[in-house]
Ligand binder design. Structure first.
Ligand SMILES: [Zn+2]
Length: 413
């Protein structure tokens, strides 16, 4: 639904018109298999309007390129010959990386959007760009044998908690990491010898949820992501990510929610991300540095206690929900979204009491838009940013499947 963004420059489109049509048809077929994870030839024929033999030829070419495989369908209730099923190949993978203030998470993600492997490397302090590159290089070196023998690695995608210039993968500013103008994609590309694309973490999360999660098929939605280093988000308008003039749109973290609040690193006071913090939630639950799954299960355990949650925990949860609702009031009034998706620790917060969260926003926003809006937790959970980051690496091949040969990604296997 949402066009993937990428810092990798697509190869020049040369050749005859026939080539261009074929290329875009190949991309359409691969795109369907990718987004739906399995699609029948008959569905492709119906959706593209191409004739059956053309679709057969395109599928054969994608099979030849090693991007999809064709399977015999199972039993079918339809009359006539069952149509073969096309699925993306599980051994075509991207390496996904998410550096944060307390850890570097590295994943191996298949073309079907499945996280095959996830490694969280805790850091003693906020990592420098060089440390991130070293950690990723060491983890990838550790997987080298497996990557060589069992997978085709097409590239690397980076989800960065900061402002990222997507054309060249330069992290313009990551305030919580204290990074300024860091050419991270370039540094990692040199270290790994693979193409690297980078984008803001919330943008990658929005992309993943739009394709594979709660935002699937919903054209107007807003996504808010809460991480260790703050809150970001994205807005999908008519199925496209709203980028803004310089690509920085969606910084929900700096919406004013408390005029008497704490000073934010951005210079303003009482921003959403200074008032609603993952760290505060972890502290209330008596947790130290933890992953999302630990936070989730700790809060779930609290709210499902027969005697109700601890008053200290409840107070933090309610205060954070109140501030979040204040930020969303404006969002609902201005964008009239159909769906608001909560990712990261905001998903944990929402899940603690979805009814209260929805009521708070509805009671504060205007009657019209608040009647339409629905709320959901991001469905991809801890895999979200890895799936989104991998999408950056897959984007060039999804746009031009035959370019996988030029990329030399078929060297292994
Ligand atoms: Zn701020």
């Amino acid at each position: 639904m949402v066009a993937p963004e990428s810092a990798v420059v697509a190869p020049a489109r040369t050749g005859s018109n026939f080539d261009n049509v074929r290329r875009s048809n190949l991309a359409a077929v691969l795109g369907m298999a990718h987004a739906q994870r399995r699609v029948s030839r008959a569905e492709i024929t119906r959706a593209t309007g191409l004739n059956r033999s053309t679709v057969g030829g395109l599928v054969a070419e994608l099979v030849e390129l090693g991007l999809v495989e064709e399977r015999e369908p199972g039993s079918t209730h339809h009359a006539g010959r069952p149509s073969p099923i096309i699925v993306p190949r599980e051994d075509v993978v991207a390496i996904a990386v998410n550096p944060e203030v307390d850890a570097v998470t590295i994943g191996l993600v298949s073309l079907s959007g499945k996280v095959l492997k996830r490694i969280r490397y805790d850091t003693a302090r906020v990592p420098t760009p060089e440390e991130v590159v070293n950690i990723v290089a060491a983890v990838v070196a550790g997987m080298a044998g497996e990557l060589q023998s069992s997978f085709r690695t097409v590239g690397v995608g980076l989800a960065v908690p900061g402002l990222v210039r997507e054309q060249d993968g330069v992290v313009v500013l990551a305030p919580h990491l204290d990074w300024h103008n860091v050419p991270l994609a370039g540094m990692l590309g040199t270290a790994l010898g693979l193409p690297v694309a980078a984008a803001n973490d919330a943008s990658t999360g929005l992309m993943a949820e739009s394709l594979f999660g709660a935002g699937r098929g919903v054209l107007e939605h807003v996504y808010l992501n809460g991480g260790a280093s703050g809150i970001g988000g994205g807005i999908a308008v008519e199925g496209r990510i709203l980028k803004g003039a310089s690509g920085f749109a969606g910084e929900f973290g700096h919406a004013l929610v408390n005029s008497a609040g704490k000073l934010c690193h951005c210079g303003a006071q009482g921003c959403l991300e200074t008032e609603v913090r993952q760290e505060e939630l972890l502290e209330a639950l008596g947790l130290g540095k933890s992953g999302l799954e630990e936070l989730d299960s700790a809060l779930r355990a609290q709210v499902s206690r027969p005697e109700g949650p601890d008053t200290g925990v409840l107070e933090v949860v309610h205060r954070q929900m109140d501030f979040l609702a204040d930020a969303l009031r404006g969002t609902v009034n201005i964008f009239n979204p159909e769906l608001i998706i909560f990712g990261g620790f905001l998903g944990t917060l929402y899940s603690a009491d979805p009814h209260r969260m929805a009521q708070l926003v509805r009671s504060r926003a205007l009657k019209g838009p608040s009647e339409d809006v629905r709320f959901a937790r991001a469905e991809l959970g801890a895999d979200l940013l890895l799936v989104g980051a991998a999408q950056l690496a897959f984007a060039p091949f999804l746009a031009d499947p035959a370019s996988i040969i030029l990329a030399g990604a078929g060297a292994s296997a």
